[in-house]
Design a protein around this ligand. Sequence first.
Ligand code: MGD
Ligand code: MGD
Ligand code: MO
Length: 765
Amino acid sequence: MFAQKPDPHDIDEDALEVHPPKTAAAGVKAVAVAMERGLAQAGLVRTARSMLRINQRGGFDCPGCAWPESITGARKPAEFCENGAKAIAEEGTLRTVTPQFWAEHSIAELEGKTEFWLGSRGRITEPVVIRPGETHYSPISWQDAFDLIGAHINATTPDRCVFYTSGRTANETAFMYQLFARSLGSNNLPDCSNMCHESSGVALIPTIGIGKGTVSLEDIHHAQLVLVIGQNPGTNHPRMLSALADCKKNGGKVVAVNPLPEAGLLNFKDPQTIEGVVGDGASIADEFLQIRIGGDLALLQALGHLLVAREEREPGSVVDREFVESQTLGFEAYVEARRAIDWDATETATGLARAEIEKIADMLVASKGTIICWALGLTQQPHSVPTLKEIINLLLLQGNFGKPGAGACPVRGHSNVQGDRTMGIWEKPTEALSAALEKEFGFPMPRKHGYDSVETQHALEAGDVDVFVSMGGNFASAGSDTELLERGLKSAGLTVHISTKPNRSHIVHGRTSLILPTLGRTDTDDKHPSGRQFVSIEDSMSVVRSSQGRLRPVSEHLLAEPVIVARMAQATFGDEHPVDWRAMAEDYDVIRDHISRTIPGFEDYNRRVRDKSGFVLPSPPRDTRTFATEAGKAMFTVSPFEYLEAPPGHLVLQTLRSHDQYNTTIYGLDDRYRGISKARRVVLVHPEDLESLGFADQELVDVVSTFNGSERRAERFRLVSYPTAKGCAAAYYPETNVLVHKELVARESNTPGYKAVMIRFEKRD
Ligand SMILES: Nc1nc2c(c(=O)[nH]1)N[C@H]1C(S)=C(S)[C@@H](COP(=O)(O)OP(=O)(O)OC[C@H]3O[C@@H](n4cnc5c(=O)[nH]c(N)nc54)[C@H](O)[C@@H]3O)O[C@H]1N2
Ligand SMILES: Nc1nc2c(c(=O)[nH]1)N[C@H]1C(S)=C(S)[C@@H](COP(=O)(O)OP(=O)(O)OC[C@H]3O[C@@H](n4cnc5c(=O)[nH]c(N)nc54)[C@H](O)[C@@H]3O)O[C@H]1N2
Ligand SMILES: [Mo]
């Protein structure tokens, strides 16, 4: 795959350009890039119409990231961010993929194309099908497509059907979709969250009793100290930089912990302020710890040790005794475990000097309100769950819950990934959810746990999946062990892709395959007897808000996601079914009424969602300093010391995003802050590692990964000398997913170890 074809519209890896990395993010350049992409894709009127409505009251929720908008303070005229604008340009494009496109390009030809080429073709305009033995997709009517789905599902058993969800799906669709799977009798509801923040939920539920963050945007503004660990906000959550800048204006301090000196963590030029336009911008991180990949558990334990030692020297200086005694369990055992420390091992694991760590401990001691933010640098490691539990220990020690400017902040990815889980997209439903659905709809719900994403991959490979339905997303490129995963997908009886744009999953399709084109977040949703519909989403800080598109859909054949789910269900169950699917598709208020009776926190949903600022879901740790764990208290935990050790001659590889992509959607070829442009098959390596391994800057190599005695190979990558932490490498996803062994996962959460791949290089001629 990703073979180099001499297509002038596809990537020419030999065109690679390398410039020095930038030391500041955003600025006017960001505005210019965003406008240029918007105009190129969508034209002036659509660009203006969409950009002005992003994240505005009565507008639509940005399909970019899950970072929240202010609900109390004044919104800036355009809550502007370069990558949000790119997400909208990508969706609002006027380029189309019509039946003629599918007639002109065979699957064999499309197998040689990159995600960049596929995605840049434009929006899919009509449903298409490919049947066994055929070489091209061809048009099919919507009704025939639904009948085909119903027939395949009814010809097999529920446990051989899988319903994948990507996190752009709105609450209303997500609720219907999980109800569809469960009405059938299956909990096979894997989602992108399994590959993303699953480790966060698995660490938080047993320790603080809720699988979500405990801070609001205003808390960030007023924190005295914010730690940003394993996250690249300048690219992936650009609006977070404004929040961090506000925190600093109020006297707060920021510490960044990252193997890479990411531009946005160092400096930020707010394009909406005059300093941001003409000046050097604000520096963000007061301290930058350039940690080794996987060294965070050791760092957090060392910080715990220093806090505990300080408290013993100066009782009352660190620990919030009243909070710890009344609200937590396990404090004594934690203190006992942290009393001793091996500094040599800590320095090896983290690559940091003891003095650097001591400085951060002093900052924690001095802070009366600390927030710890994290993202994928912490969630995609074998020891992710213990690492995140260690964050909770630190926060508990100082009572950093349920007070302003304090708390835990997992920064989510997809714009509604958190909401999808709240709506029941989960392979392991709680008893409360199953019981509530049974009460509402009057028939039994399945209790047996379904497949998560990795288990789906195993099941596909074992030939245990007959029907694979994908509500958005691009499972073939998002999952690990690409070659095996693609083989698995090709063996499924039917794959159904509900998509906006072409992607690799459409090409490595099941024996029969459908592509069903749908409306995006920016499109108007008009064709309903009760008039124009809106949907709603939940952001990373548990705020639920409505979202309504404003752009005319590029094709009259597109159907809204809730309509597609309803018609799949009708085709599967026939007209005699206890769930009134048609009513839900005709009027989304009906869906929200069901949600209000089944999902806690959504009482009176239809009224509250119409409040332009939306509403905030309850959070016991934040609202009342209480913790709904099994014991009814927040839990300190003790985890063994652990880090990633590369075998001799190997480096630890993390796979990450460039500044010019949205997951598997490649917007362009300019990773501008890191200075990498025009190509993507690169590996960033510290110059001293290059030298000691015997390779030269820009040398062409094969990358070989090793895991439990087996190897994987990614051909033709260029080495780039880069100031990453020593012993560590970085390369873009999804080109490197082929290197991630399917059994390399975070132990408790089963999230792939995308940031923990052991690699070596082999020379190429
Ligand atoms: N523009 C844009 N926005 C996005 C996305 C996108 O692709 N493009 N994707 C969305 C999604 S789904 C998600 S989940 C989020 C992802 O948001 P991020 O988590 O920021 O995504 P990554 O690019 O994977 O970056 C991981 C960061 O962690 C660091 N890191 C890697 N390993 C370690 C480690 O062991 N320790 C520490 N301390 N740091 C480490 C990396 O150097 C990098 O800075 O962004 C969302 N927003
Ligand atoms: N190596 C490596 N792999 C990773 C990661 C990593 O860091 N490293 N990150 C993981 C993470 S955090 C995530 S979240 C997953 C992402 O996995 P997915 O969510 O499966 O992938 P995306 O690339 O976000 O999906 C893009 C596709 O979604 C479709 N789409 C876009 N908008 C809409 C819409 O509104 N409706 C519908 N129905 N379809 C739409 C388009 O057709 C587009 O091609 O990847 C994971 N994979
Ligand atoms: Mo994600």
